[in-house]
Each structure stands twice: as C-alpha cells, then as structure tokens.
Design a protein around this ligand. Structure first.
Ligand SMILES: *[C@@H]1O[C@H](CO)[C@@H](O)[C@H](O)[C@H]1NC(C)=O
Ligand SMILES: *[C@@H]1O[C@H](CO)[C@@H](O)[C@H](O)[C@H]1NC(C)=O
Ligand SMILES: *[C@@H]1O[C@H](CO)[C@@H](O)[C@H](O)[C@H]1NC(C)=O
Ligand SMILES: *[C@@H]1O[C@H](CO)[C@@H](O)[C@H](O)[C@H]1NC(C)=O
Length: 621
C-alpha cells in the first residue's frame, strides 16, 4: 500500500464518522478504498506478465555497473517475451487466421469450440505456444491413416475415446496411475472430442527413435501435402473408428530391448548426418576418462546458455554419451525405429513421441507440488540453494556410477569434494573435472576457495543412492552403496514446502524429466533448470524470464550462482516472481487440458482417411 494515498482516505473516513449523519458516506469511502487498493494489488500481480521494457528499465544503475553477460541474456529474453505476448489472439477469427498463416492448413474441425473454451478459462492463446503440437504431429502426415488406426487400436496401454466417453486399458495394473491421470484429463474435454485411440508411454524412459533420414523424408512429404483447401471442399465430420473396432487386428511393433548401454547408438542415428554426435559411438569402456568439455558450448553467450533448445540437444554434445544416465544404462530400454503414434510426458529432442503433460503434473501429491504452499516471502528466504533427490537416472553400478548426471551434480555441488579437487586430489571427484579458471570469472575470483564458497550456500545431496544390485538390509534395502560411500552420504529428505524456504531451486533430470518442475515454477523461489528432455510447455516458459537455464555439463552453475548471490538479488526475485505469475496464467491444469484438447483434434485428423478435407472454415464463410 502507498502510505501517502492511504492517509487522506483514512482521515476522510474519520471525518465522515464524526459527523454521524453521514455514516453512509463513510461506508461508501470504505468501499471505494477497498476497490481501489484491490485494483492496485491486481495491477501488481498482473504487471510481471507484461514486463516493463522501456529503456529506463535497462538503465537501472546495478545493471549498468555490472554489465555481466547474464544481464544481456535477461534483457534480450524479456524483450523477446514481450514480442511474443504481442501476438496474443483474442478472437476466433484472429486465432484461426494465425493458425493458417503458421501451419499452412485450416484448423481442424472443433477448433471454434476449443477456442471458446479457452476464452472461458481466461487462457492466453498465442499460436507459437502450440508449435510443439505441429512439430510432433507433422511426420505422421506421411503415414497411411488406416495403418495408424490399426496399429494404435490394440496396444497394451491405450486411452479410448468413443461417443464422448473415455476409458483406458493397461496390461500392468501395478504401474503408477499415469494412464488414470491422463484419462481423467481427457474426460474434461468431453463431449467435444472425436473418437480416437491414444497409445501412451507409461515407462519412465522415452521410446521411439526413427533414424534421421526417414523422419526427414516424412517431414518433406508433409510439407508437400500442406494446403489451404477451398472452403467449399471442407468437411467437419470425423470418420470415427468403426472399421478398426470391427476388425480388431493385432499389431506388434518391433520393439528393441536391451540390458546394456546402447541407447546412445539408437539416439545418434536420429541425429542429422552432419552433427558431431552422429559419428561417435557409445562409450567402449566405462574406464575411459570422461571427455568432459573444456569450454562452453556454441549455444552459450560468454559461457551462459543462450539457446535453451540447443542446450537440450545431445546431437551437439557427444560428451553426453559419457555424462548422462540415459546413455549409460537406463533402468529399462524399449525402443522402436518405426514411427508409431505414441503419447508421452517427455522425450529427447530426437524421440518421436507426441508430447502431453507428464502425468505427475496432474496429481495433487504434495511430494511433487509442495501442496498448497508456494513459499514464504522472498526477503524471508535463505540466501541459499537446495536440492534433494534419489540417485536415479538409470542403473548405477560399481563400474559406471561416475558417468551418471545426478552423481556428477551432487559431487560438483559438494564443497568438500571441490576443495579436495582444488588441492589437486582428482581421485575425490571421479565424475567431473574442474574447468580452466579463465572460463568463468568466478573461478578466478574464488581461486583455491571455490569449495569453501560452495559450502557457504549449497545444500545438495541424495536421500537414497539406489545402487544396483540392491543390498538387502533388515526388511528392506540399504540406502547407501559401498562403492559410493567414500564420495557421498545419504542426507535427510527435505519436503518441497521446506525447499521453498530457499531462494534457489535447481532442477536436473532423473530417469527422464523431473516431475517437480511445475511445482518449482509455481513457487515463490527462483527455479534453475538443466535438461536434455523436451516437454509440452517448452514454448511457453521462457528461459531467463521465468527460470534460469543451465547446461547439462553443469559447468556454468558456479558462474550463475556468483551472479545472483553477489549483487543481483533483485533480478533473482523478479525471475522468481514473474515465473510464478506466468505459471499461474499459462501452466494451470486448464492450460494442460486445453493443450491436449487441441492436440487431440489434430491427432484425430491425421489418422482420418479424410484428413485433407477435415477443416474448420466457418470463419471464412
Ligand atoms: C564414422 O564415419 C566414418 C567415415 O564415414 C566411418 O568409416 C565410421 O564407421 C564411422 N564411425 C561410426 C562410429 O559411425
Ligand atoms: C576397469 O578398471 C577396473 C579397476 O581399475 C578393472 O578391474 C576393470 O577390469 C576395468 N574394466 C574394463 C572394461 O577395462
Ligand atoms: C536454437 O536452437 C534450435 C535447435 O538447435 C534452433 O532450431 C534455433 O534456430 C535456435 N534459435 C536461435 C534463436 O538461434
Ligand atoms: C561430500 O564429499 C565428502 C567427501 O569428499 C563426503 O564425505 C560427503 O559425504 C559428501 N557430502 C554429501 C552430501 O554427499
């Protein structure tokens, strides 16, 4: 509240009360007062959505003095975000015409009902937020629609939509309730969906990897088929699935299973022929030294991630074959080289699944969300960073554990370990190398004291080591592993709501994506993220505006923390605050529902024999 404007209002109220007979004026004044300040507060909470980008904003003295590369990245990202927001569609006509412009087709039938629902839910519709849908669906235009209907009909995990009702089948009741959570989301769009079969991936690991040349030809085919048909040729009735329901032909995809570390080799075949990773095979021996990058990647600006999409791309980072659990030994591997429509919560940029929100984003489980609490006020938070988690990422064993990303993360954030490395004892940190001090100014600044400095703010550790094989102990299993005991210990878990008492919340991959990310974005703390996994929300959550990106080598984390802890607390607070407000506007359950609804209209069209004529054209008549 502004004390200067509050005072006259208050004394006016007193005066009116004093005069007794004017009591009703006092009441009016109180109402005006409440409405006015309610309005001010609302303005405050809306402001971050449209950040102030006037030149004076950038001439903030702190920014001028420091002139840090991160200042540049934040400024550039805010500018880009503002431009994106300017493209918001507020009428059906706008939304449909932006669709045609960006996609080269008419929207699918049902687009009008979808848009009206989006308006009713106060959703922010920007066509670019849906790029992912088209990226994922486009290759399927090259396949035969009937084949796809047959192939998807009888898979082990399917959500069926028939005549406005959803149901699911699974061959494994013991799995976590992902398919149930997804089905419940689909039910929220009924009765507005055409009949369809939605195959879902219920494994942690991502699945389909079609070799690059094949996908490239599919995408080229789709581009040739793209057409804005004449409105008179359009039809609006989806054909339905009565043909496959009647025939019920089984289809068995050629899943490739493997117990050993071959996922890298399947992945690199999905990389472009001219990419560095394409010609480098998986690690021959875990004893080989890690080809840890010695300097920042080309997608960084002076060492800090500038293109977050590129930073997720393993094709540009062959060193990841020895630095991420996915490529060392996943808990299970089941991949396919043919394109099959399958939905999943996350994927490598090379995978061909169709992305939907991860099922764990749809639960109310406070383990993932922190429950209703989103944290205390910024000023009351600890000026520190916290991370707890399991040593997941794959099967860590005596002969491979130092190649796992979470083990590296925990070691790199351990002040004792880093101090030992600085003192020349490299055997203490087998999962990483200290990079040359000239790479980041913090390394020079904290020379010889980096470990000590880390210990002053980083609270990072595992709460279970998940070794393989597990070692029985009493009624359960040991939480520690003999082979990692000299390097790391089990720390007490920290519930999400306690983590929200820290200013900085970093997030790294687990077996695939990390399901606490939405909770972090919705919190009042500042989230940081390093990942090689793509998710449905990537086009709407903007790095350096709503969260801070870092590299999957984690080499930039010291430089990032040095920036925020030393003189840029206000920037951290602003990212925390804008991230939260934005997540509350575009990352609600309703937003996930609307994304999947639009995706399913698109999907139902691409598997329909009449797909080239199915179109929403009412706005053109
Ligand atoms: C890399 O490329 C060369 C030349 O094309 C080829 O002979 C070699 O087998 C390739 N190596 C891998 C690991 O693909
Ligand atoms: C790796 O090193 C260990 C001990 O240094 C040795 O016992 C093992 O045989 C080596 N493995 C390979 C595949 O070279
Ligand atoms: C970022 O990287 C992606 C993927 O590598 C690329 O397609 C995109 O053009 C890049 N963006 C910019 C702004 O350079
Ligand atoms: C940090 O490293 C030291 C050994 O360098 C180890 O004893 C300690 O348990 C580690 N801390 C955590 C939290 O893992």
């Amino acid at each position: 509240m502004r004390p200067d404007s509050a005072k006259p209002v208050a004394s006016y109220v007193q005066l009116a009360m004093y005069r007794g007979w004017q009591r009703y004026i006092a009441l009016t004044a109180i109402v005006v007062f409440i409405v006015y300040f309610g309005f001010l507060l609302r303005q405050d909470s809306l402001n971050p959505i449209t950040p102030d980008l006037s030149p004076s904003q950038f001439e903030h003295p702190a920014l001028k003095v420091s002139n840090h590369p991160i200042d540049h990245l934040i400024k550039k990202a805010r500018f880009g975000f503002k431009q994106l927001l300017g493209k918001r569609s507020v009428t059906l006509e706008q939304a449909a015409s932006r669709y045609r412009e960006r996609r080269g087709r008419h929207p699918p039938p049902g687009f009008d009902i979808w848009f009206k629902a989006a308006q009713k839910k106060d959703a922010i519709v920007v066509e670019e937020f849906f790029d992912r849908i088209h990226h994922d669906i486009n290759p399927f235009w090259a396949l035969d629609p009937h084949d796809m209907r047959v192939q998807t009909h009888t898979q082990p995990q399917v959500i069926h939509v028939r005549s406005g009702k959803a149901s699911w089948v699974t061959d494994d009741d013991k799995r976590p309730p992902w398919i149930q959570l997804w089905t419940a989301l689909v039910e929220e769009m009924l009765p507005h969906l055409p009949d369809l079969d939605m195959v879902v991936n219920v494994m942690d690991e991502t699945r389909i990897l079609v070799p690059w040349e094949k996908i490239d030809s599919y995408v080229a085919t789709e581009e040739k088929m793209r057409k804005l048909i004449h409105p008179d040729d359009a039809i609006s009735q989806y054909s339905g699935l009565s043909d496959v329901d009647a025939a019920n032909e089984p289809y068995e995809p050629n899943w490739i299973h493997s117990e050993t570390n071959t996922y890298w080799d399947h992945t690199r075949a999905a990389c472009p022929p001219d990419s560095i990773a394409r010609n480098i095979s998986s690690l021959a021996s875990f004893n080989d030294s890690i080809d840890y990058p010695t300097g920042p990647m080309e997608y960084t600006y002076k060492g800090f991630v500038q293109n977050f999409t590129a930073s997720q791309d393993a094709c540009r980072q062959p060193h990841l074959r020895g630095m991420h659990g996915t490529f060392i030994e996943s808990v299970s591997m089941s991949t396919l080289h043919e394109l099959l429509p399958m939905f999943g919560g996350s994927k490598l940029p090379q995978n061909n699944e169709i992305l939907i929100p991860g099922a764990m984003y749809l639960t109310d489980d406070p383990f993932y969300s922190g429950g209703r609490t989103h944290g205390v006020k910024w000023a009351a938070k600890k000026d520190a960073l916290v991370w707890r988690g399991a040593a997941s990422g794959g099967r860590n064993k005596v002969d491979n554990w130092w190649h796992f990303h979470r083990h590296r993360w925990v070691q790199m954030m351990n002040g004792t370990t880093v101090s030992a490395m600085e003192a020349g004892d490299e055997s203490r940190g087998p999962s990483f190398k200290l990079i040359p001090p000239e790479t980041y100014s913090v390394l020079k600044k904290q020379k010889g004291k980096l470990g000590q400095w880390l210990s002053s703010f980083a609270d990072v550790g595992f709460n279970i080591l998940e070794c393989f094989p597990r070692v029985p102990s009493g009624k359960g299993y040991l939480k520690t592993c003999e082979y990692t005991d000299p390097f790391m210990e089990v720390m007490q878990s920290v519930p999400m709501k306690t983590q929200y008492k820290y200013k900085y919340l970093p997030d790294v991959d687990g077996n695939s994506f990390s399901a606490r990310w939405r909770g972090f974005l919705l919190s009042t703390s500042m989230p940081l993220k390093a990942t090689i996994y793509a998710e449905w929300h990537d086009d709407r959550m903007i790095p350096w505006v709503h969260f801070v990106p870092f590299d999957s080598s984690y080499m930039d984390i010291y430089g990032i923390m040095d920036y925020f802890l030393n003189g840029h607390d206000a920037e951290a607070q602003r990212i925390a605050e804008e991230g939260r407000v934005w997540a509350e506007s575009v990352y609600r359950r309703d937003d996930m529902m609307l994304y999947v609804w639009r995706l399913l209209l698109e999907y139902a069209r691409v598997v329909d024999d009449n797909r080239e004529r199915l179109a929403f054209v009412e706005d053109l008549r």
